[in-house]
Design a protein around this ligand. Structure first.
Ligand code: HEM
Length: 438
């Protein structure tokens, strides 16, 4: 609206709260990059692939994480997702080997095993919150791959329950705009601090036990414990705890969201469901998938790609400029908060004809090579590319194949949730689904 400047910030905040899809889409379409007035901070919005390339890759050294992400460090500790500079670089180098392709391949069986176990607890006609089920599944998978035998069910439950509280705190938009709220003695802040302390205690216990036993369990924690930098230095217990914590946070909800939105999209698009089923029947027949099946599960892979195009679990990434510079020919001052939107870039009709349609087959052929590299970036890019991207992609394909082979979770039109633009793109109020046996 053509409002006087001092009314723009509250009006924008209301618009962002009540119609976020429209708000982001409009601002992204208005200009390749421009400043949007909001209370507290006035970020610069962009969904332009070339500008995003410039920020995340070309001149990535001139940026650090944006203020909202840095504030997360107060609650998560200083793990990879939120750290910056030399500290981040060293931690990333130490953690990277744990995420090598061959290493991740070893987790395929764990992923399928957990999905099979879930599938055998389901009952015909059961109505459930499919998002809650996916959250529990991906939490179990990340716990099993990160800590393997070090985590018994009770500890996983402690971590899961406490993590729910912490994610609720992350997703509370008031904190994003008014970070000082975190310092007040509010009941929700106290509950949050207690949850954080419980997780800390659980993770510390696991690390201490592992150091004492000295055994290599073949999990991510063993890799992190062994990792050495060029000078032979290793991570301290505190650094290990922060990294383990951030892997829990970054590694489970995002993957669960991708699965949940996929179930909704498959319910809305029966033709895509039929094609997926046909592929699973052809490739797997009557058995669960293994790592060796993954290359043949091409349609399953396109479904995952297309789902993260329409509902990117990370719907934006943010950076702060360390000096005055120009982006796309526009002068941007030092300290500027740059918000880059997957949500808008992924729906740009120049790169994705019929942008709102769920068409997995659009990923057939060379689409990924034809579009600019930041027209589609569910895992970010450049040096800060998601360290778990291969892990997540493998998990998504294997879990989807394992569950869809036996069950069809149907999300009815009346139960389709609206996306809630919190730190991640969540289904507001969960996602009700009815299970139909194959
Ligand atoms: C970073 C998305 C799964 C761990 C990121 C970033 C994005 C992202 C967009 C970059 C943020 C930025 O540039 O500011 C996703 C999505 C996932 C997923 C959509 C699932 C569908 C995972 C998994 C793990 C993980 C499974 C670990 C097991 C991390 C970590 C970082 C990160 C540690 C920070 C990396 C760094 O800055 O060095 N993720 N992620 N993510 N992700 Fe993921």
């Amino acid at each position: 609206l053509p409002l006087p400047r001092r009314l723009q910030a509250p009006s924008n905040l209301l618009h962002m709260f009540f119609r976020p899809e429209q708000f982001i889409a409009r601002h992204a379409a208005a200009a390749p990059i421009h400043q949007v007035h909001m209370p507290g901070s006035s970020p610069w919005f962009t969904a332009d692939p070339d500008i995003i390339d410039d920020v995340l890759v070309g001149r990535s050294k001139l940026f650090i994480k944006d203020r909202i992400t840095r504030d997360l460090a107060l609650v998560t500790g200083n793990g990879l997702l939120v750290s910056d500079g030399e500290f981040w670089r060293r931690q990333r180098r130490l953690a990277q080997p744990a995420f090598h392709r061959e290493r991740i391949a070893g987790y395929a069986d764990v992923m399928v095993e957990h999905a099979e176990r879930l599938a055998s607890t389901w009952r015909e006609g059961q109505v459930l919150d499919i998002h809650a089920a996916m959250m529990r599944l991906t939490l179990d998978i990340v716990a099993a791959t990160l800590f393997s035998s070090g985590v018994d069910r009770a500890i996983a439950d402690t971590i899961g329950g406490s993590l729910d509280l912490i994610m609720a705190r992350f997703s509370d938009p008031t904190y994003a705009f008014f970070p000082w709220l975190a310092g007040l003695p509010l009941p929700k802040n106290r509950r949050f601090a207690e949850a954080r302390a419980r997780i800390d205690g659980a993770i510390r216990g696991i690390i201490a036990a592992r150091r004492a036993s000295g055994r290599d369990e073949g999990d991510l924690l063993s890799m992190l414990l062994r990792a050495r930098d060029d000078e032979g230095g290793q991570m301290s217990d505190e650094q290990l705890r922060d990294e383990a914590f951030i892997l829990f946070v970054a590694g489970h909800e995002t993957t669960a969201l991708a699965l949940s939105w996929t179930w909704m999209l498959l319910s809305q698009n029966p033709a895509a469901w039929d094609r997926l089923r046909a592929e699973l029947d052809r490739v797997l027949g009557d058995r669960p998938p293994t790592l060796a099946d993954v290359p043949a599960l091409r349609y399953t892979d396109w479904v995952v790609h297309e789902s993260m195009r329409l509902y990117p679990p990370a719907w934006s990434v943010g950076r702060e400029a360390l000096e005055d510079l120009e982006l796309g020919g526009v002068p941007v001052p030092r300290g500027a908060q740059i918000w880059m939107f997957q949500w808008a870039a992924h729906r740009d009709p120049r790169h994705f004809p019929r942008p709102d349609a769920f068409e997995p087959e659009r990923w057939d052929g060379d689409l990924a090579r034809r579009i600019p590299r930041f027209a589609y970036f569910p895992f970010g890019g450049g040096p800060r590319l998601c360290i778990g991207n291969n892990f997540a992609t493998l998990e998504l394909v294997l879990v989807l194949a394992t569950l869809a082979r036996r069950w069809r979770p149907i999300v009815r039109p009346a139960d389709r949730p609206r996306p809630q633009f919190s730190i991640t793109l969540r289904p507001a109020g969960g996602m009700r689904a009815t299970l139909q046996r194959r």
